[in-house]
Ligand binder design. Structure first.
Ligand SMILES: *Cc1c(COP(=O)(O)O)cnc(C)c1O
Ligand SMILES: *[C@@H]1O[C@H](CO)[C@@H](O)[C@H](O)[C@H]1NC(C)=O
Ligand SMILES: *[C@@H]1O[C@H](CO)[C@@H](O)[C@H](O)[C@H]1NC(C)=O
Ligand SMILES: *[C@@H]1O[C@H](CO)[C@@H](O)[C@H](O)[C@H]1NC(C)=O
Ligand SMILES: *[C@@H]1O[C@H](CO)[C@@H](O)[C@H](O)[C@H]1NC(C)=O
Ligand SMILES: CC(=O)N[C@H]1CO[C@H](CO)[C@@H](O)[C@@H]1O
Length: 441
């Protein structure tokens, strides 16, 4: 199983302990106020604290809002962020995730500007941010969103952007006269599966994640962590069951509950799934000790695999594997345990990723095929010029993502291998042998 960026796997003991806990106890709806309800409510509060501790923070600094996943967390920020029409800026990276770009629609809808930071080399990104800050020296609220790790290439982005953007310090320049307030939204869904995120050190205003990416079970639950000092930036309009203290059906009168999660967790929370998180966190901690151990273990594996794949050549000296990376797997702070690549024949022609995927599947190796689907990442990762990109795009438009993997001899997608905390040296050796056996001429 080499698709840990898609989801992690759950452990046997994790599931056993969870079901035992369900069998031994009666868990009621945490809003009901009877003994089984109180038991559940207490467990939910414990899990909130476990989540906070996992990120080295406490409830005095952060609130945990349970959502159905990372995407739902991003959507919640998008729809509640207090944009100033015509003035606020929403900035995001080109190497973003669809769900992060989606916030743009909500921002524009409320009259905010959106800026896509085009070239994901942070020197350039810093210059662009600098420019944006000069453009808007007013007392306004802006939002900067970025993924802490890309789920395509596994590239990690610097966590110190969080404070830098906030302080108005970019690179070596400090903008003490910046009156604007920048809020940071970190999409940590891929990052936190294998790296520690210390919110004491990197106090992002908003962080989103999905728990199945960390420990495989349960699905359909994630969290939005909100720094308490940034909570005022989220406006609440709709109110659903469990979120109000008092309201009148016939009059425009309602008072929302005071705690942030009480306001934003609409309806009944997924309480039995929240209980399952407890066993997920316990499993990760039991097996690995600390997230740093996962980072180091996975970096050793991926670094080995990168070097081995990179040296695979056909008998005429042509490279067999083209890897899409800007980090060269030199450092675990820049690179997660993912490799996106394509396979080439001896004559230089590419083999479509669908073919690689199905050959692998026949040998019981589970990979992911990704479609670039956009010119931006084609350009950046494939390193082909603008002119060619335009031609490609002409041919590309209208094709159904995933069905076509090669257009005019150029690949429009890639194979992705991603490791997780359960991956072993045997896994990467088997995979390497598979590639060598199947494709090296
Ligand atoms: C998986 C992932 C998401 C989306 O998570 P969902 O569980 O589908 O909401 C967002 N961003 C990144 C970086 C991811 O890896
Ligand atoms: C990244 O994750 C999202 C959500 O799960 C998915 O839609 C997207 O296709 C993923 N990208 C890749 C390259 O896996
Ligand atoms: C946790 O955060 C505190 C500050 O809030 C910091 O002093 C401490 O070093 C952090 N712990 C770890 C393990 O990083
Ligand atoms: C309801 O009351 C709030 C203030 O209490 C006000 O802001 C809002 O506009 C009112 N809505 C309607 C539909 O009257
Ligand atoms: C994880 O790392 C810590 C040190 O950071 C070490 O003490 C511990 O033994 C490690 N745990 C495992 C399971 O390797
Ligand atoms: C990799 C990726 O998804 N990049 C996209 C980020 O957002 C910009 C702007 O919408 C798109 O053009 C990129 O394709």
């Amino acid at each position: 199983f080499l698709d840990f960026a898609g989801c992690s796997l759950y452990s046997n003991r994790q599931i056993t302990e969870y079901t035992q806990s369900l069998k031994r106890n009666v868990y009621g709806n945490p809003h009901s106020g009877n003994p089984s309800s109180d038991l559940m409510a207490a467990e939910v509060e414990k899990v909130r604290n476990t989540v906070l501790a996992f990120f080295n923070t406490t409830s005095s600094e952060y609130s945990v809002i349970f959502t159905s996943g990372a995407t739902a967390g991003l959507k919640l920020v998008a729809q509640s962020f207090d944009w100033t029409p015509g003035k606020s800026v929403y900035a995001y990276l080109e190497d973003n995730h669809t769900s992060v770009v989606g916030i743009r629609e909500a921002a524009i809808d409320k009259g905010a500007h959106s800026v896509c930071l085009r070239f994901p080399k942070y020197v350039v990104v810093q210059l662009l941010l600098q420019w944006i800050m000069f453009m808007y020296l007013k007392e306004l609220s802006h939002l900067f969103a970025y993924p802490a790790q890309s789920n395509f290439s596994g590239r990690k982005y610097p966590l110190n952007w969080i404070q830098n953007v906030k302080k108005g310090t970019i690179g070596n320049t400090t903008f003490t006269d910046v009156k604007s307030t920048w809020f940071t939204l970190v999409d940590a869904a891929a990052f936190v599966t294998s790296s520690p995120l210390d919110l004491g050190k990197y106090p992002a205003d908003f962080v989103v994640l999905s728990f199945y990416k960390i420990f495989g079970f349960p699905t359909g639950i994630g969290a939005l962590l909100v720094r308490n000092s940034a909570a005022r930036q989220l406006d609440k309009v709709y109110f659903g069951g469990g979120t109000t203290r008092v309201y009148l059906p016939s009059e425009n009168y309602s008072v929302l509950k005071t705690k942030l999660h009480e306001k934003f967790e609409e309806g009944t929370i997924a309480f039995l799934d929240i209980l399952a998180l407890k066993h997920g966190f316990a499993t990760i901690s039991r097996i690995t000790g600390h997230m740093e151990n996962i980072t180091n273990h996975l970096f050793n594996l991926i670094h080995w695999l990168y070097n081995k794949l990179n040296t695979l050549t056909h008998k005429n000296g042509e490279k067999c594997i083209v890897i899409y990376t800007t980090t060269r797997y030199s450092n675990p702070t820049l690179q997660g345990a993912t490799i996106a690549f394509n396979v080439r024949r001896m004559d230089g022609r590419y083999i479509g990723y669908n073919e690689v995927l199905s050959t692998a599947a026949k040998q019981n190796i589970h990979l992911r095929g990704g479609c670039f689907c956009n010119v931006g990442s084609c350009n950046y990762l494939l390193g082909i010029g603008d002119k060619r990109i335009k031609q490609l795009h002409k041919v590309c438009s209208g094709y159904v993502c995933g069905e076509v993997d090669i257009v005019n001899v150029f690949p429009v997608g890639a194979v992705r291998v991603s490791l997780g905390y359960m991956s072993t040296m045997d896994d990467v050796i088997n995979f390497f042998q598979f590639i060598k056996r199947s494709y090296v001429q």
